[in-house]
Design a protein around this ligand. Structure first.
Ligand SMILES: N[C@@H](CCC(=O)N[C@@H](CS)C(=O)NCC(=O)O)C(=O)O
Ligand SMILES: [Fe+2]
Length: 260
């Protein structure tokens, strides 16, 4: 399972496992055993269901080895003093080019940093799960303004993806639906992206891409669930530990004006 999600309502604090339970039911109905829980990155917009699913399935939780840098950046900002920033919240820390066994198949790990420093894509046969790199061709590409993000690096990662055979199927993390398109989409191909991705299709140069990306990122708001998501996701999907009264809380660091 790649990038499983917990439901979370930031107003009530309510967590729900409906989406993860649905995945478990689907796997069960298909007679599948869950071997791996794979994160493409530490998501900034939703809480990971990886820990919940790990407790249900016993699967191995894996993420890029670069997650340690993300933990070092964020743990102090959100007072996550229980987090040791050495990746121990995950079972496997992955390097570019590693392979993981999956039944009679193999999963190839491909480092695709840029959106975050710890982004990886996973290739199984002709299917590549690209995380937040390319979005649908009519929407473009992922933002690069999170800590450690880098538009130049994302451009190079995307070109690594675009150098795969044109018929390679790409499965995306998000679909924000381009203006004029009202139905969700999640699958495309290398050829389609190379021909018509609105940010990098055709022959967009690295410098032009970086200028476009930086300008656009300056206009984007923080994801609504940034702080809750980061606090849970750098812990491999664990909620913060309970206090002596059994209460679990998420932190919202206050951003004060200088002359407050
Ligand atoms: N409005 C969304 C934005 C989430 C967001 O920033 N998504 C990232 C991926 S984690 C992105 O690349 N967005 C591109 C864009 O918004 O154009 C939210 O609040 O959750
Ligand atoms: Fe993301």
């Amino acid at each position: 399972m790649i990038d499983p999600v917990l439901g979370f309502d930031p107003v009530s604090g309510r967590v729900d496992t409906a989406a993860a339970d649905h995945l478990l039911d689907e796997a069960n109905d298909a007679g599948l055993t869950i071997a791996w829980l794979l994160e493409t990155h530490a998501h900034a917009d939703h809480l990971s269901a990886a820990d919940y699913l790990k407790r249900r399935t016993g699967a191995t939780l894996a993420i890029s080895a670069r997650i340690t840098g993300v933990q070092q950046t964020f743990a102090p900002r959100v007072g996550a003093d229980d987090v040791q920033p050495d990746g121990r919240d995950f079972d496997r820390l992955l390097e570019d080019g590693e392979t993981l066994p999956l039944g009679h198949l193999t999963i190839d790990v491909m480092a695709t940093p840029g959106h975050t420093p710890a982004c990886v894509s996973y290739r199984v046969g002709d299917a590549l799960f690209v995380g937040d790199t390319l979005f649908m061709p009519d929407y473009g590409t992922a933002r690069c303004d999170f800590p450690g993000g880098d538009a130049r690096q994302l451009y190079r990662s995307m070109h690594r993806i675009l150098s795969l055979p044109r018929e390679t199927r790409l499965f995306l993390c998000h679909d924000y639906k381009a203006p004029g398109r009202d139905v969700f989409a999640w699958e495309t191909t290398v050829g389609d992206q190379a021909d018509r991705n609105v940010h990098v299709g055709g022959n967009v140069s690295e410098d032009d891409y970086v200028a476009m990306r930086d300008a656009r990122d300056a206009t984007l708001k923080m994801p609504k669930l940034l702080y809750p998501a980061i606090q849970v996701n750098i812990r491999g999907g664990r909620l913060p530990p309970a206090d002596e009264h059994g209460r679990r809380s998420l932190t919202l660091p206050v951003d004060l004006p200088e002359d407050f």
